[in-house]
Design a protein around this ligand. Structure first.
Ligand code: AQP
Length: 326
């Protein structure tokens, strides 16, 4: 029996290279060895302000990008969270064993509170409980995510221990599997690359846009002029080279920056070329799904059907264990 993997992504319609290197690339690498379930987690996305007319479009766009990046629906279950109502059902039950204090301590909740002062809703607080139910509904054991989700997974393990102690052994403790780059910084060179901060390069960015964004990206702030030597260790462009450029090029820009042989523009040009080499096939494949929205919908419906079969079984067991089956 293969171990089960679960992970999710919010349907913002944009997947950036942080999401890709932090999680999605791992999703794809795991397909061969594991039984993988991947979800477009729309109920997570409605905790912040959004346009209900746009959301269905974003769901489909996200599915197209995931498939273009290698999430093959013939080999994994790919579905939309809200299509399987057991997610929210299990969440309610898990809510009853999750201390409010634990949720209030979550870093993401504290950040989102500040970013959404006009709407600090309960969903922001209970987000990690829904995430726990996403995972536990499928009894997943391996969870590929970026570093920002580590704390939520620790809480999921805590919820598992509590549930199993109280109601008998039911769920395995899921393990966090960090991506190849657990925390990609945004083009501001400071914050996490993030859609809401608009400091990202999209996974389907056009070549000229990759350059336009990199051109103005922050480098070593102490390197004021072309002839100043720079420090690659504090330069975000250098850290991005590590994921897109060859060993020789990384060495070349490292040395060239330190002795001012290479300027930031040249360094960025090399990165832009290499980045485009990775992004171009994904971008083109994504375009091949454009106009085929009905096909994408069918894929997601069929994924939901497969996911539901597992979810229903888990909920049968959970209902019996917590004493509401009579
Ligand atoms: N900068 C990042 N570096 C590494 N991994 C990252 N992830 C997100 N940003 C980075 C990982 O991508 C997966 C899917 O993320 P999500 O859908 O939960 O979105 P997010 O983390 O909320 O991404 P954003 O861009 O920061 O969205 P907004 O701005 O809307 O909040 C997760 O595994 C995540 O760890």
């Amino acid at each position: 029996m293969k171990k089960r993997v679960f992970s999710g992504i919010q349907p913002t319609g944009i997947i950036h290279i942080g999401n890709y290197l932090g999680a999605i690339k791992r999703w794809v690498d795991l397909i061969e060895e594991y039984d993988c379930i991947y979800s477009i987690v729309d109920y997570h996305a409605i905790t912040v302000s959004y346009d209900p007319k746009e959301l269905p479009i974003r769901i489909i766009e996200s599915a197209k990008i995931l498939m273009a990046a290698g999430v093959d629906p013939d080999r994994v279950i790919l579905f939309v969270q809200s299509s399987v109502s057991e997610h929210t059902e299990l969440e309610w039950i898990l809510n009853t064993i999750t201390p409010v204090g634990d949720l209030e301590r979550m870093t993401q909740y504290k950040d989102k509170r500040q970013q959404n002062v006009e709407n600090i809703n309960t969903g922001l607080l209970t987000y990690p409980v829904l995430m726990a139910s996403d995972i536990l509904l499928y009894k997943a054991e391996v969870i590929p995510v970026g570093e920002d989700q580590k704390q939520h997974l620790e809480l999921t393990r805590e919820i598992v221990r509590k549930f199993n102690r109280r109601f008998g052994n039911t769920f395995p403790e899921p393990q966090t599997l960090l991506g190849v780059a657990p925390r990609i910084k945004g083009l501001d060179g400071n914050a996490k690359m993030s859609k809401s901060l608009n400091n990202y390069i999209a996974l389907i960015e056009e070549k000229e846009d990759i350059w336009n964004k990199l051109r103005i990206a922050v480098t070593d702030p102490a390197r004021k002029r072309r002839n100043d030597p720079g420090n690659p260790e504090v330069c975000n462009i250098y850290s991005l080279h590590k994921y897109f450029s060859s060993e020789e090029e990384i060495e070349k820009v490292n040395k060239g920056c330190r002795n001012a042989e290479i300027g930031c523009v040249e360094c960025k040009k090399i990165l832009a070329e290499n980045m485009d080499r990775v992004i171009a096939p994904i971008r083109e494949k994504k375009k091949s799904f454009d106009g085929k929205e009905n096909l994408v919908r069918e894929i997601l419906y069929s994924g939901a059907e497969q996911a539901r079969k597992i979810a229903v079984q888990t909920m049968e067991e959970v209902r019996e264990k917590i004493g509401v089956k009579f």
